[in-house]
Design a protein around this ligand. Structure first.
Ligand code: HEC
Length: 265
């Protein structure tokens, strides 16, 4: 497939696309329903580029655009022109994976380096833990160890998330940055979405104090920290790195990293 083109180029290609599909329809002669399709302009998205809808055939989410597929205006999704069936294929395929399949992927190491660059220090995340069938989302500061590829969090003892993690160590966490109505700036977004498992390290664990020291985790004195906190050690199994600027180079805005030895999803 040709890479994303400029705004004007995208529209021109979309029009070429219409002419081609129109001619193909005409070739079937009278009595066939394949009338030439006109693109419908449904207006701009976040990036200010107009979307031009030309209805395509229904798809399953695991289908990939062929080399002849026309380019279309930047920022559109497959579902705007195709009815996409996301479930009931061989496995469930998500909208993010549809981007992953259709656009270029970085190597695992390149994705990891982008994750490290996005998380240089003590980073505020929303984290979800789960008890029974009820998820709880709270905020934490996570510190990445780029060598071990794990995160540490300090938590007040006895919080809801700690009680839940004792029942179920699975977590999902996200940090995001980018344009908001209040703060303005460029209409770009970056996020890191993590799925992983948590281990609790309490103050009587020999790893507790060395971990506090190594990661500079607390703002209170050590004697207070030992009384107040548990440490959560998070091992990410999968990370989705999302960055809208990647699309400028024909890359998928969603890049999937996974820990070696664990399945990609
Ligand atoms: C601007 C509208 C538009 C968008 C966006 C779009 N398509 Fe299409 N697509 C079409 C149309 C129209 C056809 C039918 C072309 C024809 O009949 O010659 C088509 C055909 C296809 C086909 C069958 C022919 C081929 O090129 O392989 C596949 C597969 C496909 N699209 C996948 C996708 C996927 C996956 C995405 C998102 C990554 C996507 N399309 C985004 C309009 C679109």
């Amino acid at each position: 497939m040709a890479p994303f083109s400029s705004r004007a180029g995208g529209i021109r290609r979309a029009l070429v696309f219409v002419l081609a599909t129109g001619l193909a329809g005409g070739a079937y002669g009278a009595g066939t329903p394949a009338a030439p399709k006109a693109p419908v302009n449904v207006g701009p998205g976040e990036m200010g580029i107009d979307a031009l809808i030309i209805d395509g055939p229904p798809l399953t989410a695991d289908q990939v655009m062929g080399p002849e597929h026309a380019t279309y205006p930047r920022g559109m999704t497959c579902a705007e022109c195709h009815t996409v069936k996301f479930e009931g294929v061989d496995v469930v395929t998500t909208a993010s994976e549809q981007f992953q399949r259709n656009f270029r992927n970085l190597t695992q190491e390149q994705i990891w380096q982008k994750i490290v660059a996005f998380l240089p220090g003590r980073e505020r995340f929303a984290i979800a833990t789960v008890a029974g069938d009820t998820p709880t989302a709270t905020t934490v500061d996570m510190v990445l160890d780029p060598q071990e590829r794990i995160f540490h969090v300090v938590s007040e003892k006895g919080t809801e998330k700690l009680l839940e993690l004792r029942q179920n160590p699975k977590i999902s966490a996200v940090r995001f940055e980018g344009w908001t109505l209040a703060e303005g700036g460029a209409k770009q977004w970056t996020s890191v979405q993590i799925k992983g498992t948590a281990e609790l390290i309490s103050a009587d664990d020999p790893r507790f104090v060395p971990t506090l020291d190594k990661y500079n985790l607390v703002r209170v004195t050590k004697p207070r920290a030992v009384r107040r906190f548990d440490i959560i050690r998070i091992t990410p199994q999968q990370i989705v790195y999302f960055d809208t600027t990647l699309g400028d180079n024909g890359l998928s805005p969603y890049q999937f990293w996974h820990r070696e030895g664990t399945p990609a999803r």
